[in-house]
Write a protein that binds this ligand. Structure first.
Ligand SMILES: NC(=O)c1ccc[n+]([C@@H]2O[C@H](COP(=O)([O-])OP(=O)(O)OC[C@H]3O[C@@H](n4cnc5c(N)ncnc54)[C@H](OP(=O)(O)O)[C@@H]3O)[C@@H](O)[C@H]2O)c1
Length: 468
């Protein structure tokens, strides 16, 4: 009997995805470069599931029914190219490769074109939800041709997370649309994680709350408008006690945050496309700065003691509103980027569908997504959510709290890069008259770059100084 689908790459994500697919009634062939990992997987995790291990790549490919559908769940980057090279001699026209890792969208376009020359279909597919999601239902973002998607639609719809709005999978769009949307998803994830951390920092340093108390607040918030996966894991993290020391584990973790690249790619892409995503970009820099631990230790000594600020627990309601403000603006910046990319790269992405499939399974699932969908439904032509009166009223209602929190943080010399960037983003976009006139004059002064005028059409240059 041949397997209905194959999975290559049996680290955490590949194993869980294979088990999820098998649990949904499909037979799955599995292969991993290092045979030991396959053996361990079969011995320790496979029970009654229809999983057929292979220790030879040709055997693996031949054990799958045609047209073959093979999911690659290997490390992003050159390993994907290497796997494709190895698989190619055994594949036949009409077979489908699905890259379900976090590949860069430009790589996906390149691979798609190369494989199409061989008659092989290719789907660049974002998968979000971590190892738990992969096993119990992720959010799946496939991009490529609709014909390729249709070959695996039934499997994807079955294994995806489910919400009252349906399975968290949709055909995202042409070419690398799926990986692009997953990249921006991660960019938004960086910003929300940073915003939560900034609020946590203020709670512990200004409100002098301990981890248990902070956990209680996040748990309460998770029952309200802020209900989301990232707020939920935050209160769970606050509760975890280290067995060795009996202290909250979070207090023992070094303040250096790692990154794998998707946040950086989002920021780079936003700069390339000329779309403002300051909160997503600054969240990447916040992780970068966290890495300079030794330098921060030295500089904190030179800077000296920071101002002691007194604030009472009534600030908590302002913190809740500030977090909502930051989460909303992080999503809206990311959506604007997706919508510009959709036009620039002919992705043809339906933003409402993207928001729908982010409602379950994925790391940025949040109650707020329903509100975002409502705004988008009311104004489907707006690429920028802020153009909606409903959105603006939501933000303006939060603003007094956000400004209060920002001023407390500033007085205490506490960094709040994402929250601050959100304030400036809102103030900049709602400012009719920015000081960019001066920048234009400066550019023309030293580089003859010319400027436009407000009182007449055309491009102008003046001699600002005597050259001789
Ligand atoms: N971890 C998560 O929460 C998460 C969430 C969403 C998406 N992703 C993405 O999903 C993909 C898989 O993630 P992961 O965390 O499960 O695993 P990973 O640590 O990113 O990659 C390990 C897997 O890649 C294989 N591999 C590495 N280099 C290879 C090469 N040159 N040729 C063939 N195979 C190679 C490894 O095989 P060996 O056993 O032989 O070394 C192993 O199966 C990645 O793209 C990741 O970014 C991960």
């Amino acid at each position: 009997m041949k397997a209905q689908i194959g999975v290559v790459g049996l680290a955490v994500m590949g194993q869980n995805l294979a088990l999820n697919i098998a649990r949904n009634g499909y037979s799955v062939a599995v292969y991993n470069r290092t045979a030991e990992r396959t053996k361990k997987f079969v011995e320790e995790r496979v029970k009654a599931e229809k999983i057929l291990p292979s220790y030879d790549l040709q055997h693996f490919v031949q054990s799958i029914e045609r047209p073959r559908k093979i999911i690659l769940m290997v490390k992003a980057g050159t390993p994907v190219d290497e796997m494709i090279e190895e698989l190619l001699p055994f594949l036949e026209r009409g077979d489908l490769l699905i890259d379900a890792g976090n590949s860069h969208y430009a790589d996906t376009n390149r691979r798609l074109d190369k494989l199409s020359e061989h008659g092989i279909l290719y789907l660049g597919t974002g998968v979000s939800g971590g190892e738990y999601g992969a096993l119990h239902g992720p959010s799946i973002m496939p991009g490529g041709t609709l014909q390729a998607y249709k070959l695996v639609e039934d499997v994807f719809l079955k294994i995806a997370a489910k919400t009252e709005d349906g399975p968290c999978c949709t055909y995202v769009g042409n070419r690398s649309a799926g990986h692009f949307v997953k990249m921006v998803h991660n960019g938004i994830e960086y910003a929300i994680m940073q915003a939560i951390s900034e609020i946590y920092d203020l709670m512990r340093k200004v409100l002098k709350m301990n981890s248990e108390e902070i956990g209680q607040v996040f748990e309460r918030w998770n029952n309200g408008e802020l209900s989301s996966f990232l707020v939920e894991i935050t209160y769970k993290i606050m509760r975890r006690i280290d067995e060795e020391t009996n202290k909250p584990l979070v207090e023992l973790i070094l303040d250096k945050a790692e990154q794998k690249g998707t946040g950086k790619w989002t920021a780079q892409t936003a700069l390339d496309l000329g779309v403002p995503t300051p909160s997503l970009s600054t969240a990447v820099f916040a992780r970068t700065i966290s890495h300079f631990k030794e330098q921060r230790e030295q500089l904190s000594k030179i800077f000296g003691e920071k101002h002691k600020v007194n604030a009472d627990k009534s600030l908590l309601q302002d913190l809740e509103k500030s977090l909502l403000f930051a989460v909303f603006l992080s999503f809206s910046q990311g959506l604007w980027l997706i919508s510009e990319a959709s036009v620039a790269y002919n992705y043809n992405i339906d933003l409402l569908e993207v928001l729908r499939i982010w409602k379950g399974g994925c790391i940025i699932r949040a109650k707020l997504l329903d509100f975002l969908r409502r705004i988008l439904k009311e104004n489907p032509q707006n690429v920028n959510l802020l153009a909606s009166e409903t959105a603006m009223n939501f933000l303006k209602e939060k603003l007094p709290s956000v400004l209060k929190v920002s001023s407390v943080a500033r007085e205490a010399s506490l960094p709040m890069p994402v929250l601050s960037s959100c304030i400036d983003y809102l103030f900049s976009l709602t400012e009719e008259n920015l000081p960019a006139n001066l920048i234009q004059a400066q550019r023309d002064f030293f580089g003859a770059h010319t400027f436009e005028r407000i009182d007449k059409e055309g491009t102008f240059h003046v001699e600002w100084q005597e050259l001789e």
